[in-house]
Write a protein that binds this ligand. Structure first.
Ligand code: 6R9
Length: 686
């Protein structure tokens, strides 16, 4: 009876009051970015749940900015709350000069996100709907869970966790690959008010122990091993050594719940510490399939997710319950135009924020069906799309570029007709990759949501709403409802109109992180002190004459050449648009005359040898597209680029190679393939 809108989050209708101006800035001409040939999506040619265009967006956006309390509380009312929030809805101090930074949403309310994802959907009659499809390493290794089955599995684990003494507010580290047990563990923690901290299962034992030492978990949940391609990775060994290291630092963990992942390793081959290690399969299935939820305050912590800063120990980004729940569900619904019949596939891993917000929480809150695969190869991806008739496909530019490099054949020989929305996240998507994604993968008929956001923001912040307005390849377009991005100059003054500068956010939003775990001071210093009065994103950004936002990469990636500020991504885009260039990474180097010079690492299309001719034509391509001032000083051939396991190019390492500081390369163990670094050094002609 208390379930108001079981399946979808609905927006409050735009306010009836007439307003003078809309708040999306309208600006003056920009030569570089406006030459898009991508067609305008007409309302009748796309599939938004209802006619939805720029006008509707502006009305709703305006309402969300003028009356955030009213706007978000109307949306929040569609969830189940045990107690309603205080009259205030939200309160904030975003200005360090006025005291400690504090964001609070739906304060005083109590709810439970596991209840809202599972029980609420089941009560609405969706118990038999598939919640998660799972694809393993081998194509015939698959599985699925309905909402009801998922709830039962979550309850069993929740009961087990309670049985071993995990209580509300306790931390639990989850070090699992993409097995069904991963979202189950997250939801079980949420159900009993425990704080999960998922550590991506590609992290080394040092990184894992750092996180264990920081959050002192009651237990660690892991599995014995996982297969990636033909290789078995012994995760349990990594956990063992992390736990030894933590113990040396005074943090002992008494319990290690281990999933037996039979396809990768047999029980008998797993190293075992009696008294501490327990097989999941031996205990969890014996617990009852019903478990009452622990009602938590909207501002109680939901999870910690560590993200690396540029230096020092990882930052424990802390998200709370109520605002995060409302924000992820709402952004999911609108940025992907989700409808109950959709099959949604996000290729991320739950070890990253994208997997938290747009695999486990946002979609299941909407009653969506999620496909959670392991390591697809270039053809596997489209096999999966066809097998499940995936309608919404969310991935990262790095995957797009690497698939693009293999040629169109892998894509075009698959049907892919089910896809209707494509989406991207993680880094700026360069226009040529965007076009390939649009033209080849989407057969020129699916809008692309280029979603800009961060671990810290909880959910996407700047994004197209599919089909609602004309796209420009490489632009994340406009802010989501309730989000007020501003561009500031070095001194922290907001700049208007067509401009570039630092991207900041002016007001709190429900999905924002609330602190860095155990270090509120670092939270304030890193994010709120650089530009007093704003949340500083660390990203550079420009805005064109039509008000479209263009993310230009982290500001530490901005290069200043003879007084010209050049985003590394702009140069990379120009390089990658060269028909023989597959991928490029650009860093700044010291330059005697120009201040900074441009150093470009380039990967060529399979089979194309590097030559002087190619070097020249790559430089010409940049000169032609941006201008002579942006021409790279150096082209360094890179058969492969150093990437993190989440697919981000490690520019820190490239900067060291470019500036020949080879003894300062730092930790390369978090790279997907550390040998790439040696290969690059061997190919350098210092
Ligand atoms: C969600 C996620 C955050 C950083 C962010 C920015 C870059 C993410 C982007 C994008 C341009 C996009 N980024 N999405 N840049 N366009 N659509 O990736 O979180 O891992 O914390 O990274 O990623 O530089 O500041 P996270």
């Amino acid at each position: 009876a208390l379930v108001s809108s079981p399946e979808q989050v609905r927006f409050p209708s735009p306010s009836k009051k007439k307003k003078k101006n809309h708040l999306v800035p309208s600006l003056i001409g920009n030569a570089r970015f406006t030459s898009s040939k991508i067609p305008l999506f007409k309302e009748d040619s796309v599939s938004m749940s209802r006619p939805f265009g720029l006008k509707d967006y502006r009305k709703i956006y305006e309402r969300s900015i003028e009356d955030p309390a009213g706007f978000w509380s109307e949306i929040a009312s569609q969830f189940y709350w045990k107690e309603k929030w205080d009259l205030e809805v939200y309160s904030e101090n975003i200005d360090v000069r006025k005291g400690s930074i504090k964001f609070e949403w739906f304060k005083g309310a109590s709810t439970n996100i596991s209840y809202n994802t599972l029980d609420r959907n089941i009560e609405a009659g969706n118990g038999g709907k598939v919640a998660i499809y799972w694809e393993g390493n081998e194509p015939d290794d698959d599985g699925q869970l309905t909402y009801l089955e998922l709830l039962e599995r979550v309850c069993q684990l929740a009961n087990y966790l309670k049985h071993v003494g995990v209580r509300k507010g306790d931390a639990v580290i989850i070090y699992l690959p993409m097995l069904m047990e991963l979202p189950i563990a997250m939801l079980a923690c949420a159900r009993i008010g425990a704080v999960h901290s998922v550590v991506f299962a590609g992290f080394s034992s040092e990184s894992l122990s750092q996180r264990i030492i920081d959050c002192k978990p009651k237990l660690v949940i892991t599995c014995n091993a996982v297969k990636r391609g033909s290789k078995a990775i012994h995760l349990k060994d990594i956990v063992d050594s992390a736990l030894r290291e933590s113990a040396k630092n005074g943090v002992t963990v008494d319990l290690c719940l281990t999933v037996e992942n039979k396809s990768a390793m047999k029980r008998g081959d797993t190293k075992w510490k009696e008294g501490r290690d327990i097989w999941w399969q031996d205990v969890v299935p014996h617990f009852p399939t019903k478990c009452d939820v622990e009602w938590v305050d909207a501002e109680d912590p939901l999870f910690l997710l560590y993200t690396s800063g540029s230096t020092g120990k990882p930052k424990g980004v802390l998200h709370t319950t109520g605002g995060y729940m409302v924000y992820t569900a709402t952004t999911f619904k609108y940025a992907f135009d989700y409808k109950p019949s959709d099959i949604y596939w996000c290729t991320a891993d739950c070890g990253w924020i994208t997997g938290h917000s747009y695999i486990t929480y946002g979609p299941l809150l909407n009653g969506a069906t999620v496909v959670a695969p392991n390591y697809p190869d270039c053809g596997r991806c489209w096999d999966i799309v066809d097998k499940y008739k995936v309608t919404i496909f969310y991935t990262a530019p790095t995957l797009v570029r690497s698939l693009m490099r293999e040629g169109d054949e892998y894509v075009t020989r698959h049907d892919r007709k089910s896809i209707r929305v494509l989406a991207s996240v993680g880094e700026p998507i360069n226009p040529s990759a965007w076009r390939w994604f649009y033209n080849v993968v989407g057969n020129s008929r699916c809008p692309i949501s280029d979603t800009w956001w961060q671990t810290e923001t909880g959910g996407l912040m700047i994004t197209p709403l599919p089909g609602a307005w004309p796209q420009k390849p490489g632009s994340a377009t406009f802010p989501f409802f309730g989000v007020q991005p501003v561009i500031v100059d070095e001194k922290g003054n907001e700049i208007e109109g067509e401009c570039s500068g630092y991207l900041c956010i002016k007001k709190s939003w429900p999905g924002a992180f609330r602190t860095l775990y155990g270090d509120h001071e670092r939270y304030q210093t890193t994010y709120f002190k650089p530009f007093a009065g704003y949340y500083f994103t660390g990203d550079g950004c420009s805005r064109d004459k039509d008000g479209y936002f263009w993310l230009t990469g982290r500001v530490d990636d901005v290069i200043n050449v003879s007084g010209h500020r050049i985003g590394t991504v702009e140069v990379e885009s120009a390089l990658v648009s060269h028909p023989q260039c597959a991928e490029a990474a650009v860093v700044g180097i010291e330059h005697e005359i120009k201040g900074q010079g441009i150093y470009a690492f380039v990967t060529l299309v399979e089979g194309v040898p590097f030559s002087e001719e190619i070097r020249k034509s790559l430089i010409l391509s940049v000169r032609n597209q941006i201008g002579a001032f942006a021409a790279p000083d150096k082209i360094h051939w890179a058969p492969a680029l150093p990437k993190t396991r989440s697919g981000k190019i490690m520019r820190r390492i490239l900067r060291k190679i470019a500036s020949r500081q080879l003894d300062e390369l730092g930790d390369t163990s978090t790279l997907a393939d550390p040998s790439v670094v040696d290969q690059l050094i061997a190919l350098a002609d210092f």
